[in-house]
Design a protein around this ligand. Structure first.
Ligand SMILES: *[C@@H]1O[C@H](CO)[C@@H](O)[C@H](O)[C@H]1NC(C)=O
Ligand SMILES: *[C@@H]1O[C@H](CO)[C@@H](O)[C@H](O)[C@H]1NC(C)=O
Ligand SMILES: *[C@@H]1O[C@H](CO)[C@@H](O)[C@H](O)[C@H]1NC(C)=O
Ligand SMILES: *[C@@H]1O[C@H](CO)[C@@H](O)[C@H](O)[C@H]1NC(C)=O
Ligand SMILES: *[C@@H]1O[C@H](CO)[C@@H](O)[C@H](O)[C@H]1NC(C)=O
Ligand SMILES: *[C@@H]1O[C@H](CO)[C@@H](O)[C@H](O)[C@H]1NC(C)=O
Ligand SMILES: *[C@@H]1O[C@H](CO)[C@@H](O)[C@H](O)[C@H]1NC(C)=O
Ligand SMILES: *[C@@H]1O[C@H](CO)[C@@H](O)[C@H](O)[C@H]1NC(C)=O
Length: 414
C-alpha cells in the first residue's frame, strides 16, 4: 500500500513540474456596501481576481471587515455597519471571581449614575464618566461580570475596552505571549462572536485591548423574540493570561440603521453580469441581468418574475437573484478542451505542446462553474516545456464582435 502511494505521488509531482497549472482569473461584481460606509481602496462595479476591499463605517466603530474576489465570487461575510445605541447606560456592576468553585463577589456597585456624555461618542460606559470607582481586576483569575443598564434595548454589536495597566513595563517575551479571553452575552436569543481584538497604547503605561463582537440572532424567530422583549443585561467572562491589573474602560453598543421593523442595509451585492435598480433606497432593490447582452438562465421562471433583494432583520439581504449568462461570447470550450490535452500522456511528443497558461477577466457562471469569454477576456498561451519556443503573440483578446484577436501562436522545437 505504502509503495503504491509513493508511486502515485511521484507521478503527480513529475506532472506538476513539467506543466504549470492553468491560472484562472475571473471578474467579480459589486461587493455590496453598507449604509453610511466607504469601500476602500475604491468602489467599482467590476473587480479583478484577487482584489480585496475593506469597509469603513461612519458611525459605530466597526472592526476591520474585508472581502476578497476569488474565482468570481466575494469571499468573506457581507459587510455590515451599524448605528450607536444611545441612552443605555451602565446602572449596576457586579464582579465575581469564578476561580474557586463558588463565585466570590469582588465588588457590586448599584445605581451607578454616569456623568454627562457630552464630547464623547455615544457609549454605555466610560471610566471617565464614573470617577467614583474603578471597575478593576488585579489578577489572572477567571471573572464573571454581571452588568445591567438603565433601559432594555436590542443590540447587534458590542465593543468592550479594557486597559492593562503597566503593560508597557513588561518584558517583550511576556508581551508577545499576552492574551485576553473575553466573551459576552446580551440576550438569550443571540450569540455573540468575537470578531476582532486590537490593542493600543494607552495611559497608565497601559495597553488598551478592544474586543468587538457581533451578536447574531439564532433564527428569524429568535430575532422577533428579541425585538419584542429586549434585555438590559450583559454578562461578560474574562481571563487575562498574565497577572496584570486591568480595568473596564468602555462599553459601546451598536444596532441596525433604520428601525427594528425596517432596517437599512445600504446597497446589495451583485454578481458580475448583474445590475440593480432601486425600489426603496438602501432597503429594497430589483436585481436584473446587466444589459441586453446578458440573459437570465434560471429554468422555469415565468416571464414577469422580479428578482429582488430586501433588507431584513439584522441588516441581512434576503430574496432572489437571476442567474445571468452572457448571450454572446467568444468560443473557448474548444480551446480549453485542446489545452495540453494528453501532452504528457505516455510522453509522446507529437502532441501539440501549445497550452493556455491563463485566462483573465472572464465570467465564471457560478452555478456550474462554466467559463464564459466575454468582451475583454484574455487568454495567454505558453509552451508546455522548455524544449519549445512560442512563436507569435502569446495573448488573444475576446473582441466586441465575439471573435478572438490575432491568431493562435505556435510552439516550435528549438
Ligand atoms: C445623577 O446625577 C445627576 C447629576 O450628574 C443628578 O442630577 C441626578 O439626580 C442623579 N441621579 C440619581 C438617580 O442619582
Ligand atoms: C440589575 O442586576 C441586579 C443584580 O446584580 C438585580 O438585582 C437588579 O434587579 C437588576 N436590575 C434590573 C433593572 O434588571
Ligand atoms: C505601575 O507601575 C508603577 C511603577 O512601577 C507603580 O508605581 C504602580 O503601582 C503600578 N501600577 C499598578 C496598578 O500596578
Ligand atoms: C506562552 O503561554 C503559554 C500558555 O498561555 C505557555 O504554555 C507558554 O509557556 C508561554 N510561553 C512563554 C515564552 O512564556
Ligand atoms: C420604521 O421606519 C419606517 C421608515 O422610516 C417608518 O415608516 C416606520 O413607521 C418605522 N417603524 C417604527 C416601528 O418605528
Ligand atoms: C426571504 O426571501 C424569500 C424568497 O423571496 C421569502 O420566501 C422569505 O419569506 C423571505 N424571508 C423573510 C424573513 O422575509
Ligand atoms: C497511455 O496511452 C494509452 C493508449 O492510448 C492509454 O490507454 C493510457 O491511459 C495512457 N497512459 C497514461 C498514463 O495516460
Ligand atoms: C451551465 O449552465 C448554462 C445555463 O443553464 C448552460 O447554458 C451551460 O451549458 C451549462 N454548462 C455546463 C458545462 O453544464
Amino acid at each position: 500500500m505504502f509503495i503504491i502511494i509513493t508511486i502515485i505521488t511521484t507521478l503527480l509531482i513529475s506532472e506538476l513540474s513539467t506543466i504549470k497549472s492553468l491560472e484562472l482569473r475571473a471578474n467579480c461584481g459589486f461587493p455590496g456596501k453598507p449604509y453610511r460606509s466607504k469601500i476602500i481602496p475604491e468602489e467599482k462595479s467590476v473587480y479583478d481576481e484577487g482584489e480585496t476591499v475593506s469597509f469603513q463605517c461612519s458611525d459605530y466603530w466597526s472592526p476591520p471587515q474585508m472581502r476578497k474576489c476569488v474565482n468570481g465570487v466575494w469571499v468573506g461575510p457581507p459587510a455590515r455597519c451599524g448605528n450607536f445605541v444611545n441612552n443605555v447606560e451602565l446602572n449596576d456592576a457586579k464582579l465575581l471571581d469564578m476561580s474557586f468553585g463558588l463565585p466570590i463577589e469582588k465588588f457590586h456597585y448599584r445605581n451607578i449614575n454616569l456623568t454627562s456624555m457630552e464630547k464623547y461618542l455615544p457609549n454605555s460606559f466610560l471610566s471617565h464618566r464614573y470617577p467614583k470607582h474603578r471597575l478593576r481586576v488585579t489578577n489572572d483569575h477567571e471573572f464573571m461580570w454581571k452588568l445591567n443598564f438603565t433601559r432594555p434595548a436590542v443590540k447587534l454589536f458590542v465593543r468592550v475596552n479594557f486597559n492593562f495597566i503597566n503593560f508597557t513595563l513588561l518584558d517583550q517575551a511576556i508581551k508577545n505571549n499576552f492574551s485576553f479571553y473575553i466573551d459576552v452575552e446580551i440576550s438569550p436569543y443571540r450569540t455573540c462572536n468575537l470578531d476582532y481584538q486590537n490593542s493600543n497604547a494607552w495611559n497608565d503605561n497601559g495597553n488598551r485591548i478592544d474586543s468587538y463582537f457581533t451578536c447574531e440572532a439564532h433564527s428569524y424567530e429568535d430575532l422577533q423574540r428579541d425585538l419584542e422583549n429586549p434585555n438590559n443585561y450583559m454578562i461578560m467572562r474574562t481571563k487575562s493570561s498574565h497577572n496584570l491589573p486591568h480595568e473596564l474602560v468602555a462599553i459601546f453598543f451598536g444596532n441596525v440603521y433604520g428601525n427594528d421593523s425596517e432596517p437599512i442595509c445600504g446597497e446589495p451585492e451583485t454578481d458580475f453580469g448583474q445590475t440593480y435598480r432601486v425600489r426603496q433606497e438602501h432597503r429594497d432593490y430589483i436585481i436584473d441581468c446587466l444589459d441586453s447582452q446578458w440573459k437570465d438562465a434560471t429554468p422555469n421562471t415565468y416571464k414577469h418574475f422580479i428578482n429582488h433583494q430586501k433588507c431584513i432583520g439584522d441588516m441581512i439581504w434576503n430574496g432572489t437573484k437571476p442567474k445571468c449568462i452572457p448571450i454572446r461570447n467568444c468560443p473557448i470550450q474548444k480551446i480549453l478542451n485542446n489545452n495540453r490535452r494528453n501532452f504528457n500522456e505516455n510522453d509522446t511528443m507529437d502532441k501539440n505542446p501549445l497550452i493556455v497558461d491563463s485566462i483573465l477577466r472572464y465570467y465564471n457562471f457560478i452555478e456550474n462553474q462554466t467559463i464564459y469569454a466575454i468582451d475583454g477576456t484574455e487568454i495567454v498561451y505558453a509552451c508546455a516545456s522548455v524544449d519549445y519556443i512560442l512563436v507569435g503573440k502569446d495573448t488573444r483578446t475576446c473582441k466586441r464582435d465575439m471573435t478572438w484577436s490575432g491568431i493562435e501562436p505556435v510552439c516550435k522545437s528549438e
